[in-house]
Design a protein around this ligand. Sequence first.
Ligand SMILES: Cc1ncc(COP(=O)(O)O)c(C=O)c1O
Length: 439
Amino acid sequence: MFFHGTSRVNERGHLEIGGVDVVDLAKEYGTPLYIYDVALIRTRARAFKEAFKKHGVKAQVAYASKAFSTVAMVQLVEEEGLSLDVVSGGELYTALKAGFPPERIHFHGNNKSRAELEMALEHRVGCIVVDNFYELQLLEQLSRERETVTDILLRVTPGIEAHTHDYILTGQEDSKFGFDLNNGQAEEALRQARRSGALSVLGIHCHIGSQIFETTGFVLAAQKIFQKIAYWRETYGFVPQVVNLGGGFGIRYTSEDDPLPASQYVENIIEEVKKQVAELGIAMPEIWIEPGRSLVGDAGTTLYSIGSRKEVPNVRHYVAVDGGMSDNIRPALYEAKYEAVLANRVLDANEEVVAIAGKCCESGDMLIWDLPLPKAEAGDYLAVFCTGAYGYSMANNYNRIPRPAVVFVENGEAQLVVKRETYEDLVRLDVPLRARVRK
Ligand SMILES: Cc1ncc(COP(=O)(O)O)c(C=O)c1O
């Protein structure tokens, strides 16, 4: 069994996180419950920042808030001195509510609405990552109306797709995001933006994939980008102040995953950018990255209560929990794998291999297919590890299941940072039928 961060087994044989017994948390806040190990988030954030600092490279580490966006989380990001990547008016609103400095916010998205762009301009976010020609023209128009020059990055697709250990080189990447680097779109975007006078191109952005365990993809992406920069400098005199290589740094969900330390990703990226810059004889740009999962993924644990069982003789033992795809859709969506323990009997010997079922009316609502556990009974608690990224942020009300509460734990203290939804919350936006005259 592998524990992350401050997780450990206490003298009662219970799982403890941040110095707090999770069984006590279940009793106080109910289940399902998302529990975040704040110290581990801080450790992860500092590791990325320190790696740049060690090499004296100017950088911004922007937390990709799509992984888990709440006011408290954004405040924690601010405490750690990171920047913030938002992809919607809602994430931007959350950041502003949290008091996050707008100048350190980067606004992403492949279909930002006029209202979202206006909101970003009104609050003077640090930069807008422009994704397509429609946005380029809209942003130019809005900037001109405000008589302002807007800092932008151009999001490009470098023709590299990376997932875990695989990276694929594609001539023309089939992606809904960004300007293609190979077919002339990125160059045309650069020309249009620079001609506009209302947009200032700070640099180039790319994001090559997710849950990546090797640095090759990032190095290749940097090479592709600098090949173009060499030409753009010759042709247009363009030298980027910023090169943003996105997020996607892998984490350990199960014992099969073997992620690299943050420092390794950062060092290899710096090494390649320095090499490219030296060959071109241009000033070193700032390097920006956007980790999401790798900042919060393994810091999150979901605690469930176990309820019903179903035995299918000689086939499977189903053990059902009081949540499922409503609080963690990743297994259903991507066949994501997780590990878990009985939080109230961590040291008991495993006696059976069970399948953990959610409570949603969907056969695919299975959280874990083969989990060795002690004989689990109703009333036991199951702790599923590494649910901190894309768990709460993708949570939904399927079957009208209220979304769970979220607690932060640190130094023996727990703080409720998102309240559990109530049934009343579920119908808050519903509008009843108008009274009708019955025939
Ligand atoms: C542009 C961009 N940046 C950063 C991220 C964060 O990725 P991860 O959570 O895998 O680090 C994503 C994820 O989709 C993304 O699309």
